[in-house]
Design a protein around this ligand. Structure first.
Ligand code: NI
Length: 287
């Protein structure tokens, strides 16, 4: 009796599964079948953890940040400040601690005129292979020098040569509160290619949200700036400091990560738009 019942049950199940299979085949053949309403559910928005590293910022307008490294330079930085003032452009200076101690007045002027100051180490070593203790000392001495000069400490840091590990970014952020600022536009001005080349490289590569790397210790870079500023302004770009650019940043939605939409910085060779969480690190050059 029991066996018989089980046999019938098996037959019944077999029959019903056959029916279902047949129905499935028919449905599959029917090309006008509407897509299932239970399609891929929309993933929850990415966690909005504040990013600690940027090589560009995803912004909704034509905003960019010019950055000048390795100064202040006694002669060239004041010349650059004159040019920036003339164009009503605010920029960001990643300064070397040793130079800050020598030229605190230049830093004070830069801050007075609306520019931002970032930490670029005391003596310009490559952090990537250094002990935490040595990196800490480089940053702390420079932080102290900047505070002594302008009364406030920086909130951003750029590692010399872009040399830094993901682990270093984390502890530096935890200890100093610094965000690591890299770049997505590099005119290689330190190779002294001539002002017109510096200008054309910057103008060609700059996108909304770009962070542009250059140096206020090379005369050719300063010579390149009037035309660089003119041409970037002619393209509609607006200049802000790095911290202002970050404050304008908006997280990318899944829809925006596709090819459609105003997604800047998609050209080959350019670092991807950086958003939380992010980690792209440009190949170390010699900034
Ligand atoms: Ni540098």
């Amino acid at each position: 009796m029991k066996l018989q019942f089980q046999a019938s049950l098996r037959l019944l199940l077999l029959a019903s599964s056959l029916t279902l299979s047949l129905a499935g085949c028919l449905a599959a053949q029917n090309s006008t079948a509407p897509p299932s309403s239970t399609a891929t559910p929309t993933p929850p928005p990415a966690a909005t953890v504040p990013a600690i590293s940027y090589s560009a910022v995803h912004v909704g307008g034509p905003y960019i940040a010019m950055t000048f490294d390795d100064g202040p330079s006694e002669k060239l930085t004041p010349e650059l400040l004159d040019l920036l003032a003339k164009h009503h452009i605010r920029a960001t200076f990643f300064v070397i601690g040793k130079n800050v101690v020598e030229h605190p007045g230049i830093l004070q002027r830069a801050v007075r005129e609306g520019h931002e100051i970032g930490n670029h180490s005391w003596s310009h070593p490559a952090f990537g292979k250094m002990s935490d203790g040595r990196v800490r000392a480089e940053l702390q001495k420079t932080d102290d020098a900047i505070r002594a000069a302008i009364g406030t400490g920086p909130v951003i840091m750029r590692p010399p040569y872009g040399s830094i590990t993901a682990r270093q970014k984390k502890w530096i952020n935890a200890e100093f509160g610094y965000r690591t600022i890299l770049w997505d536009v590099d005119p290689l001005d330190w190779k002294r290619p001539g002002p017109s080349v510096v200008t054309s490289r910057i103008v060609k590569e700059t996108r909304p949200g770009s962070i542009i790397l250059s140096h206020d210790i090379h005369a050719g870079t300063i010579k390149a700036m009037p035309e660089t500023f003119d041409r970037l302004e002619a393209k509609g770009f607006k200049f802000v400091t790095v911290s202002e650019l970050i404050a304008m940043g908006k997280p990318m939605t899944p829809r925006e990560t596709g090819s459609e939409g105003p997604t800047p910085l998609s050209s080959p060779g350019v670092s991807p738009v950086v958003m939380p969480p992010l980690t792209p690190t440009p190949a170390p050059t010699t900034p």
